[in-house]
Design a protein around this ligand. Structure first.
Ligand code: FES
Length: 123
């Protein structure tokens, strides 16, 4: 079984060994890490954490837009590690997760492709 080390930068650098095939939310909670979560299928954004080093596979997530992904956010309930990672977890990692859409609206390249693509009119 492949395992990786997950370091929690904003929890005094605590580190945990986790299996590559399991979502990070499950692996970390099983080891006593207190994490916010809701839907557990990648749709509600509650479990978002900031990845500062390493990589994950989070293809199943539907909660994040491209801007949030580019800012390093990962969805722990579906993200599986593909190497050793350093994360900032919890709501204290959400400093860049949300922004006021009236003061600073998303640009088309920051949206998901299916939202940014205009619908074709039926002919
Ligand atoms: S718990 Fe809802 S997106 Fe992870």
């Amino acid at each position: 079984m492949t395992t990786y080390t997950i370091t929690l930068a904003n929890r005094d650098g605590a580190s945990y060994r986790v299996a590559a095939h399991r979502p990070l939310l499950d692996s970390l909670r099983d080891q006593g890490v207190d994490l916010p979560y809701g839907c557990q299928y990648g749709g509600c954004i509650t479990c978002a954490a900031k990845l500062t080093q390493g990589s994950v596979n989070q293809k199943a997530q539907v909660a994040l837009n491209n801007r949030q992904i580019n800012d390093g956010y990962v969805i722990l309930c579906v993200a599986r590690p593909t190497g050793d990672c350093t994360l900032e977890i919890g709501v204290d990692s959400h400093d860049k997760l949300y922004r006021n859409p009236f003061l600073d609206p998303l640009k088309p390249h920051e949206l998901k492709a299916d939202i940014a693509t205009p619908l074709k009119e039926p002919t």
